[in-house]
Design a protein around this ligand. Sequence first.
Ligand SMILES: NC(=O)CC[C@H](N)C(=O)O
Length: 305
Amino acid sequence: MPMQKDLEELVEKYRPLTREGKTAGYIPELEGMNPDSLGITVVTGDGQVYRAGDCLESFTLQSISKVMTLILALMDNGKEAVFDKVGMEPTGDPFNSIYKLEMRQPGKPLNPMINAGALVVSSLIEGSTMDRRIERVLELVRAMADNPDIHVNEKVYRSEKDTGYRNRSLAYFLKEFDIIDDVEETLDLYFRQCSISVKCLDLARMGLCLAQSGQNVSGEQVVPVRLARVVKTFMVTCGMYNASGEFAIKAGIPAKSGVSGGIMASVPHRMGIGVFGPALDEKGNSIAGFSLLADLSRKHHLSIF
Ligand SMILES: NC(=O)CC[C@H](N)C(=O)O
């Protein structure tokens, strides 16, 4: 089946679905994105690139950054120290829920893909200054995407820093339980990592890097093999928030979404996929991106199951 033609048809098929979603209203800079946008880029292991729709637009990583910070935290501290502070289980709750923290079930965030868990992970990233710490996250993102021109979008960062009330509450809960230490610094790093600006091609290449067990498109081993496996597993169980089970059944591809409407998908040994569609469903996933990926997976037999 010709990939290029399929991608073009799928973008046209699912673009009307964008009208049933909404951009992320709680971050002012994201609310203003064009809700009709929908784009996709696929990069295969043998170097083919296919694109369709609005794939040249820039957008921020948001929760997709949780994958990269988890890799770094594991590289810096090892599995035991990281998973002593954050669990490995899906929650079934929204990504920004405070409920299980308040109920102290089990007293530490359930996994690194929800906001509470990602805050813990960010607090574990090493570096003598804030600039050095965010630079290390950027270096990993650039290496995985093989693109040295990736930067933080300062406007989105400011916007989220000024309004991130829920994240601030989560961070103070974690501080009360001694799971993180410096609240404001942790939040600052978290808001910056969420504001890293990319395009669909970058997401596709990062997805391919994980699909190739940590090797980027230039063949460099930029993520240790065992950590590529760990994060792909989290992408399956928790990558699409509390729709991860449904996505596993409908698409069956390790994937991570963000509230900017990006989805990074990784088809082991075959391809990386980057999707952008900022109109979100009620769980915070790109409404059209979700269905488009499920359809593409059916057509091209991409499910890992
Ligand atoms: N799901 C997301 O993409 C959430 C990221 C966003 N920056 C937040 O913390 O709310």
